[in-house]
Ligand binder design. Structure first.
Ligand code: SF4
Length: 186
């Protein structure tokens, strides 16, 4: 049989912590599920303005988010597990954003990209939401106006880190339920 080889420049997925013996490898279910989820995140881009353009660059061939297993961009909330909010969110838009979040199945994660999504940015006005965390919980904030694709990728890798280390029981824990209740989500 031909030995399996790979190009040295191709980085293989890191093996989770566990016990290796002759002919076996044992680890926890949390680790295996985390590894699979981490490398198959389906993002839903909620892009309303200029930060969305940076995201387009992040998806394009030079930065290539597909390298992280996330080439499949979805516009169907029911099939995606990472909501990426990029751009200014007006107060009129806030209920729509929240509805999209609610339509996503658990487990779901949220990344807030750019100053506008994180805090309203330069738009300290009557019509702009001063941070999306006023209506939905956020896992990772990416600062910048706009953040460069490297910063978006860094935020994405922080999400991957959270995803791979999240306990399978987190979503049913009292702490998580409290968080959801604080946003009026059952
Ligand atoms: S943070 Fe800056 S670049 Fe991003 S949407 Fe707001 S104004 Fe545009």
């Amino acid at each position: 049989m031909r030995p399996v080889t790979h190009h040295e420049a191709v980085k293989l997925v890191e093996m989770p912590n566990g016990h290796i013996g002759e002919g076996f490898f044992a680890t926890t279910l949390d680790n295996v599920v985390g590894l699979a989820r981490k490398n198959s995140i389906w993002p839903l881009p909620f892009a309303t303005s200029c930060c969305g353009i940076e995201f387009m660059a992040t998806m394009a061939s030079h930065y290539d988010l597909a390298r992280f297993g996330s080439e499949r961009i979805g516009f169907s909330p029911r099939q995606c597990d990472l909501l990426m909010v990029m751009g200014t969110i007006s107060k009129k838009m806030a209920p729509v954003l929240r509805q999209v979040y609610l339509q996503m199945a658990e487990p779901r994660w949220v990344i807030s990209v750019g100053a506008c999504a994180c805090s309203g940015g330069i738009f300290d006005t009557y019509s702009v939401l001063q941070g999306i965390d006023q209506v939905i919980p956020v896992d990772v904030y990416v600062p910048g106006c706009p953040p460069r694709p490297e910063a978006i990728i860094d935020g994405f890798m922080q999400i991957q880190n959270l995803v791979s280390n999240e306990s399978l029981r987190r979503r049913t824990s009292d702490k998580y339920q409290e968080l959801m209740s604080s946003y009026g989500i059952q």
